[in-house]
Structures are given as C-alpha cells and as structure tokens.
Design a protein around this ligand. Structure first.
Ligand code: SF4
Ligand code: SF4
Length: 188
C-alpha cells in the first residue's frame, strides 16, 4: 500500500515540475518576443473595430437634415433610462427632436437604442475617450451628438497619433483612417 502511495506521490511531483517548466518556458519566450506596449496617448492610439460600441452619434440624411424623427423608441427601450427626447414639429410638418440628450455616465453601451431606431438615426461609434471629472459634462445634447464622429472605415489597428496642445485640435493622427475622428476627442 505504501509503495503505491510512494509511486503516485512521485508522479504528482513530476507533474508539478512539468507544469513549472512550461510556465517558465512561456515567461522566457516573452522576454525575447516583440514588445506590445503601446505609446498611448502621446504617440499611438488604438482604433477599435467598427463593431465597437463607443460614444453615440446622431446621423443626418442626404439633405443635411437630422434623421431622427423623435419617436422616442430609443428612450423607451433604454434599460438605464438615460435618453431624453422632446419632440417638436418643424415648418414642413416633420417630427424632430427639440431636445435629445444622453447621459453617458448612466449608459451601459448595450446598443439597444441603435437596434431599436426605425430611422437609422442613432449609432454607437468608435470614440472611447470621453471621460470627465464632472458628470454634468457627460450629459450630451443633440448638437454635440450631431457633431460627433461617425464610424471610421478602418478599425482594429494602432494608428500613430501625437498630442497637440493647440486650441480646438488637441489630438491629430499622422495617418488617415477613414477620417480624422480624433479631432473631436478633446476640447479646451
Ligand atoms: S447604449 Fe443602451 S444604455 Fe446606452 S443609451 Fe443606448 S440603450 Fe441606453
Ligand atoms: S434616435 Fe431613432 S429611435 Fe431615437 S427618437 Fe430618434 S428616430 Fe426614434
């Protein structure tokens, strides 16, 4: 009986040793592989895939009119109740949003508002840099949502970028990725 216990103990010991060897081999292999550290945000930024659900934006139609028909479906489906829409009727008799606000501090970026919209008027873009020290700044209105960048043509890549301290344009990319949506990221 004790001989069986001895031999299984020996095998368990060897198994642990093999595991330790594997882990050390992995660690050493990383020492000689290419570094994946990104020089964020001064020199490089990650451009997410277009399926990424970042900051919302409102769309315009071909005539430049806001696509939103203020049906309030997005507000009703939102699980966080963070969208507020107040409709009005314009001079052509079209229903439009007089007020359209999203509280980004409450949003969980589920994308249900985008899915529910019957007018393809709202979407979640690739912009992810909008943190703020004040929760008031995170309540974004209609005009700001219209000015937000839409989806870039590319995604899933590191783009070279440099911080620029000039007014209005604080971040610019040296490579064109669809369009330069970094320009909307920070404001003075
Ligand atoms: S992404 Fe989800 S939580 Fe955020 S506003 Fe849309 S429905 Fe609401
Ligand atoms: S964004 Fe779409 S769902 Fe929301 S109010 Fe406008 S048209 Fe309706």
């Amino acid at each position: 009986m004790s001989r069986v216990t001895d031999s299984s103990g020996k095998w368990i010991g060897w198994a642990f040793f093999a595991d330790l060897g594997n882990a050390l081999a992995l660690t050493f292999s990383y020492m000689f592989s290419k570094s994946v550290t990104m020089q964020y945000p001064d020199k490089e930024k990650w451009l997410p895939y277009s399926r990424y659900r970042g900051h919302h934006f409102l769309k315009r139609d071909e005539e430049g009119e806001i696509k939103c028909v203020a049906c309030e479906l997005c507000a009703r489906i939102c699980p966080c109740y963070c969208i507020e829409v107040v409709p009005y009727e314009d001079e052509k008799g079209n229903r439009r949003p007089a007020k359209f606000e999203i509280d980004m501090a409450r949003c969980l970026f589920c994308g249900l508002c985008e899915d529910a919209c019957p007018a393809d008027a709202i979407a979640l873009g690739q912009q992810y840099e909008f943190s703020s020290f004040s929760s008031h700044d995170l309540v974004v209105g209609r005009d700001d949502l219209l000015a937000k960048p839409g989806k870039a043509n590319a995604g899933g890549a590191v783009v070279s970028a440099c911080l620029n301290t000039q007014e209005n344009v604080l971040v610019k990319t040296s490579k064109q990725q669809g369009y330069n949506w970094w320009r909307n990221i920070r404001r003075t």
